[in-house]
Design a protein around this ligand. Structure first.
Ligand code: GAR
Length: 200
């Protein structure tokens, strides 16, 4: 059974979908803890499922590195096989990424490498594209630059604003995330192989 810790910053609606999937005894992964960098509304979902939570408030640390050290300590308590960033709106410091790589994945509301960063939905709208998407990637030391595990296109409608487009992307993210976690748990996705440097 693959053990998973989820990190969030906000509402955690995608995380809730993962918690619902993982509540099925037939699902090959279980969520052991949910952490956040701020008092996140999504903690309520964890509580609904009886999953422990931990808070590492970014603003209370003198640097990203110091925050990351405490986050690493909290993760070590649960020592999950996989860390899922599900709306964590902070870059992890390299020391934390390097300690757990390649076993950290991230969902992103755009068709990477298009529109990386904190405003993937807004940036797609501003660019005026007719389609954007959703991606699940392996986290590396860059900004949304790791190997892509799954992605799917989502059309942009002329009537879309940031909210309506994001709400249409999220169900796709949820489906991709649940599928990727399942495939990691069953060994169908080998993160070490995906993240290994390519040799020709
Ligand atoms: C999701 O769309 C996720 O991909 C995005 O935040 C949203 C969280 O929604 N993450 C990023 O943009 C990270 N760069 P939720 O809190 O409702 O699950």
């Amino acid at each position: 059974m693959l053990t998973v810790a989820v990190l969030i910053s906000g509402t955690g609606s995608n995380m809730r979908a993962l918690l619902e999937a993982a509540a099925d005894p037939g699902f090959p992964a279980r969520v052991v803890a949910v952490g956040a960098d701020r008092e996140a509304d999504g903690f309520a979902h964890a509580e609904d499922f009886g999953i422990p939570t931990f808070l590492v408030p970014y603003g209370q640390f003198p640097s990203r590195e110091a925050w990351g050290e405490e986050l690493a300590r909290q993760l070590d308590v649960w020592n999950p096989d996989l860390v899922v960033l599900s709306g964590l709106m902070r870059l992890l410091p390299p020391a934390l990424v390097d300690a757990r790589a390649p076993h950290i994945i991230n969902t992103h509301p755009a068709y990477l490498p298009e529109f990386p960063g904190a405003h993937g939905v807004r940036d797609a709208l501003v660019a005026g594209v007719s389609q954007t998407g959703a991606s699940v990637i392996v986290v590396d030391d860059g900004v949304d630059s790791g190997p892509i595990l799954a992605q799917e296109r989502v059309p942009v409608l002329p009537s879309d604003d940031e909210h309506t487009l994001h709400e249409r992307i999220k169900p796709v993210e949820r489906r991709l995330l649940i599928d990727v976690v399942r495939r990691i748990a069953t060994g169908d996705i080998d993160l070490a192989a995906v993240a290994a440097p390519q040799t020709t």
